[in-house]
Design a protein around this ligand. Structure first.
Ligand SMILES: CC1=C(CCC(=O)O)c2cc3nc(cc4[nH]c(cc5[nH]c(cc1n2)c(C)c5CCC(=O)O)c(CCC(=O)O)c4C)C(CCC(=O)O)=C3C
Ligand SMILES: [Fe+2]
Length: 366
């Protein structure tokens, strides 16, 4: 490692993120305009067996928003916030953006870091939970983009970090404050991306609960947010954005079905909290703000959508905490990971059995 880039960890001027010499914020990426939509969707779904009708349908969701996902603008805001938070903690490392599925692509950004002399990079992902889709696929894409030129390591899954929970607590409180219906007729509906049942069962390290780590983590986060933000209000966990062939079982209930059930049970208002996503993107603005809001309207339910963590200072501070924690571990220091009571802190190094890729087992991952 070049000394100019990264002083020895025990020197007084050592960067708090040493031994890393750069940070990459890793996001999903989304289309920036109508011409990007099809190439983006092809890239995301290559070899996935997603039916053509589903792709056409998803293309229409983007068309409704001018062919542009809000994800890139939200990720840029997070990048700016994370840069200033890490600088405020005394780090001078560059913090760059690399997307899995749209420009700037990890496939370009990581080789460029290597050409600039970087050797050991810390990846901070915009996905907070274990599962192949939300964790290991990121690790696979990072390994493919890094090649042999760079060592890339990533932060742990962080949804159970108190800072991520605090951001969601604040968002649920704000949404509830706008609801006129009394609490006893109001329901909190936590939402995340549906994934195939088989992927859910394989999520997280062994030993796993029967439902798998993805669902267990969401329940833990939902329970903690509900207990703090709305102790008198009942809650459920529901799912959005199902794709894949209809005969393949995915996590249920779908949010729209759950809204119908709640209305039939006498619930009159819902606060929808997308705890599965760290920022607003197409799933949030289409599946929740557009589709689920219309379903609620048809059912006569008062509806409010809680904000995603976004750039909430508690969330940005949590990302900095886990980055610094990861660096301390890389230096061989003991670390006590911050985690909400009764929940699991993510593994920093995933065992081979973690979040297995059921379609292509053994795909290299960082
Ligand atoms: C768990 C999870 C997250 C949360 C964790 C994380 O944030 O990573 C997430 C996020 C996102 N997913 C996104 C977009 C898409 N996901 C798709 C397809 C799929 N997602 C899956 C899972 C997840 N996805 C799965 C199991 C599939 C089936 C195909 C496969 O097995 O891989 C498809 C294909 C069409 C369709 O089927 O919908 C698209 C276009 C965008 C960007 C949106 C924008 O542009 O604003 C984001 C943030
Ligand atoms: Fe997705």
């Amino acid at each position: 490692m070049s000394e100019a880039l990264s002083p020895a960890p025990d020197s007084p001027t050592a960067d708090p993120l040493a031994p890393y010499d750069a940070v990459v914020l890793v996001s999903f990426g989304g289309p920036d305009g109508p011409d990007d939509v099809l190439p983006f969707l092809r890239r995301v779904t290559a070899g996935r067996g997603i039916p053509d009708e589903r792709l056409a349908e998803v293309g229409e969701h983007y068309a409704l928003f001018g062919g542009r996902s809000p994800i890139n603008a939200r990720t840029d805001e997070l990048l700016t916030a994370l840069r200033s938070e890490l600088a405020g903690r005394g780090s001078a490392l560059p913090v760059v953006l690399g997307n899995r599925n749209w420009h700037p692509l990890l496939d370009d950004v990581l080789p460029a870091l290597a050409r600039d002399g970087h050797r050991r990079v810390l990846a901070v992902t915009t996905s907070a939970y274990p599962s192949w889709s939300s964790c290991r696929q990121y690790r696979e894409n990072l390994a493919a983009a890094a090649g042999d030129a760079l060592i890339v390591e990533r932060v742990r899954n962080y949804a159970t970090h108190p800072g991520f929970v605090a951001a969601n607590v604040a968002a649920v409180r704000r949404a509830l404050a706008g609801i006129a219906t009394p609490p006893e007729a109001t329901r909190l509906l936590f939402v995340t991306h549906s994934i195939p049942d088989a992927m859910a069962r394989a999520a997280g390290p062994q030993p796993r609960p029967a439902e798998g780590g993805y669902v267990a983590w969401h329940r833990a986060v939902a329970g903690a947010v509900a207990a703090e933000a709305a102790p008198g209000v009942g809650w459920d966990l529901a799912y959005c954005s199902r794709s894949g062939p209809p005969q393949q079982p995915w996590l249920e209930p779908d949010i729209n079905d759950q809204l119908a059930k709640l209305a039939a049970d006498g619930v009159r208002a819902v606060v929808v909290a997308p705890i599965g996503f760290v920022s607003d993107h197409m799933e949030v603005v289409y599946d929740l703000d557009h589709e689920a809001a219309a379903t609620a309207d048809d059912l006569g339910l008062e509806f409010a959508r809680a904000a995603t963590a976004g750039t909430d200072p508690a969330f940005v501070a949590a990302l900095a905490d886990i980055a610094l924690e990861r660096a301390a571990l890389a230096r061989g220091e003991a670390v006590e990971p911050a985690v909400i009571e009764g929940a699991e802190a993510g593994r920093v190094v995933c065992p081979e059995s973690c979040c297995v890729n059921l379609r292509h087992p053994g795909t290299p991952a960082i």
